[in-house]
Structures are given as C-alpha cells and as structure tokens.
Design a protein around this ligand. Structure first.
Ligand code: SF4
Ligand code: SF4
Length: 127
C-alpha cells in the first residue's frame, strides 16, 4: 500500500476495494462507465476546476461549493459538508437566486452552474 483514500468511512470499504485493485476493466465495466458518463457528464462539476469563476461577479468558489454538496449527497457526510459550507461565509449560493447568471455559458462541460449552486445552497444551509 502506498496511498490512502480519505473518503473511506469504514473497514468494509477496504475489503471491497482491495480485491479489485490491479484488475483490468471488463467490457461490461467500460459500458457501465460510458453510460454513467452520458448520464452525469453535464451534472458533474470537476473538483478543483473553477474555469467559470471569472464569469461570476461574486467570484464564487463554484467547484468547492459543489464538492461540499457532493460530500453531503454522495458520501453521506451531511454535518461535515454543512460545516464546511458555512465557513465559506458570504461566498455562498445565496447570490445565485435572481442572478442573471453570466456563468451559464462558461462551463466547458455544460454544467448548469446556477441551478446546481442554488440546489447546493438549499441543501447545505440550515434554516
Ligand atoms: S461548473 Fe464547470 S467550469 Fe465551473 S468549476 Fe464546475 S466543471 Fe469547472
Ligand atoms: S448564478 Fe451564481 S455563480 Fe452564476 S454568476 Fe450568478 S452568482 Fe455567480
């Protein structure tokens, strides 16, 4: 072992992942991944990308905000995600409500920045 995966949350995950380490992808695996790409390509914000920041008048940290929503939804780390989002202070999705969204054309992957940030903000904000 030469690295760690910090998103592992229990030892069962290690038991599930280690046996497939080093295995080649099967045709079924490739087909599944291609279908996954077709379904989620324009819904997945690339971690650390931030190509759309320049288009946002508030310079929101878009990929960070969507990553926190990912922690909440996909990794089940609700509390951690909400706490991290709160630490962004005023750099949050509240600015996206009613915005003219000049960011919309700026994602090369077709991610709907405004809709995703509004969804992330609703998810990660305690009211
Ligand atoms: S929405 Fe698109 S351009 Fe913006 S950070 Fe995510 S992947 Fe990059
Ligand atoms: S919708 Fe949100 S991310 Fe897009 S420009 Fe407006 S404030 Fe920035």
């Amino acid at each position: 072992m030469h690295t760690t995966c910090v998103s592992f949350v229990d030892f069962d995950m290690i038991d599930n992942i280690i046996p497939i380490s080093g295995e080649k992808l099967s045709q079924v695996d490739r087909q599944f991944l291609n279908e996954f790409k077709l379904a989620f390509n324009d819904r997945y914000c690339r971690h650390g990308c931030n190509q759309c920041i320049a288009a946002c008048p508030h310079h929101l940290p878009v990929s960070t905000m969507m990553r926190y929503a990912y922690y909440y939804v996909c990794q089940g780390k609700e509390k951690d995600a909400i706490q991290k989002y709160a630490r962004l202070n005023e750099w949050n999705g509240s600015h996206c409500f009613g915005c003219d969204a000049p960011c919309l054309e700026s994602c090369p992957y077709g991610v709907n920045v405004q809709a995703n940030l509004i969804q992330a903000h609703s998810l990660l904000t305690l009211v």
